[in-house]
Design a binder for this molecule. Structure first.
Ligand SMILES: NC(=O)c1ccc[n+]([C@@H]2O[C@H](COP(=O)([O-])OP(=O)(O)OC[C@H]3O[C@@H](n4cnc5c(N)ncnc54)[C@H](O)[C@@H]3O)[C@@H](O)[C@H]2O)c1
Length: 242
């Protein structure tokens, strides 16, 4: 029996590493991203789909092709997000909050709404996992990033509520909150702060940036059948936050 996963944000740093990890572990993976670079992931165990996580119909289409090909869905990773910021709340247009709400939080809700019913109706609901990639910003305030902080706190809330809604089904929901990880988003964050990327590792006890595969390892554990105990809670894959 091949487990089947759908990963959003699959063209990016952590999403791409998660796809690679899950394939190594024997999954078939639908790799979903709005960036056409996701097509580079084409291979016997990968089904690349170009789509936007803000659009329910596009998520539904990705779920439909996954079902057509494999007849099941066992794990979903909601990893797609964007970062924006660089100014204090009262100097930031409220549209930034609207944008990040749609891209980083509402998108996780839509991803769950499009996928959870398919997992519950599949052959092994007790082995099914919904995993959202939150952030250290989902647990603390980071200056100049309040819209992102608010959206990521909401991601944690969605996971907690979803896990409660899933009670008794065996399907679980968890969040993984990465620290500063070497990806294009980190480059963008360093630009927003106008600091070298290496400075963003200062808050991490590990004393260095994380590699995307180190975060993907935590995500893959949460996706696994053995990951059932991590339910309605958060794995802090942040190298230890000061
Ligand atoms: N890199 C870090 O330091 C860090 C830290 C904490 C949390 N995170 C979180 O980890 C996750 C992955 O981030 P990353 O660092 O790999 O970033 P990334 O920018 O490398 O990848 C994000 C991917 O999401 C895709 N995406 C964005 N908006 C989308 C949309 N509307 N529809 C479809 N795809 C969309 C992008 O095209 C990109 O491929 C995100 O949720 C991010 O918030 C990252």
């Amino acid at each position: 029996m091949t487990r089947v996963a759908l990963v959003t944000g699959a063209a990016g740093g952590i999403g791409r590493a998660t796809v690679a990890r899950l394939i190594d572990e024997g999954y078939a993976v639908t790799a979903y991203d709005r960036d056409g670079a996701v097509r580079d992931l084409d291979g016997p165990m990968v089904l690349p789909v170009v789509g936007d996580v803000r659009v329910r119909e596009e998520l539904d289409a990705a779920v439909a092709v996954t079902r057509e090909r494999h007849g099941r869905l066992d794990a979903v990773v909601a990893g797609a997000a964007v970062v924006a910021g660089g100014s204090r709340l009262w100097e930031t247009p409220v549209e930034q909050l609207d944008d990040l709400w749609a891209a980083d939080a509402r998108s996780v809700w839509l991803t769950a709404a499009a996928t959870v019913p398919v997992m519950l109706a599949g052959p092994d609901p007790a082995g099914c996992r919904f995993v959202a990639v939150a952030s250290a910003a989902g647990h603390r305030g980071l200056y100049g990033l309040t819209a992102y902080v608010a959206a990521k706190h909401a991601v944690v809330g969605i996971v907690r509520g979803l896990a409660a809604d899933l009670a008794g089904t065996g399907t679980t929901a968890a969040a993984v909150s990465p620290g500063s990880t070497r990806t294009p988003m980190l480059t963008r964050t360093a630009e927003l702060y106008d600091v070298p990327e290496s400075d963003l590792a200062a808050a991490q006890l590990l004393g260095r940036l994380l590699d995307p595969d180190e975060v993907a390892a935590a995500v893959a554990f949460c996706c696994s059948v053995a990951g059932a105990a991590v339910n309605g809670s958060v794995v802090h894959a942040d190298g230890g936050f000061r």
